[in-house]
Write a protein of this length. Sequence first.
Length: 94
Amino acid sequence: MSRAEKEEGQYMIRTIERAKTHYDVFQLPDDADAKTIRTTMRDMLRKIHPDKCGNAGLEATKRVNEAYGVLKDPDARAAYDLELKREQEEPPKP
């Protein structure tokens, strides 16, 4: 694995760790289609695979799989989108 590939994997892991939503995990808009989400997920998993990135890659892989599990199922995704919308509409708590 080249140094550039390793750095890209580490960058992706940091991005995944900071993600607030499942869409942020994939760096995609909330209207992304299923094919785009699947393609992005597969590309990410190749780059952050634990064999390449160690324990950090393992944790990031778990997060990617969790996000994909919700976003691939139309019913779960609709419920998740509704929950996100509600959170955005609620006024911040003091």
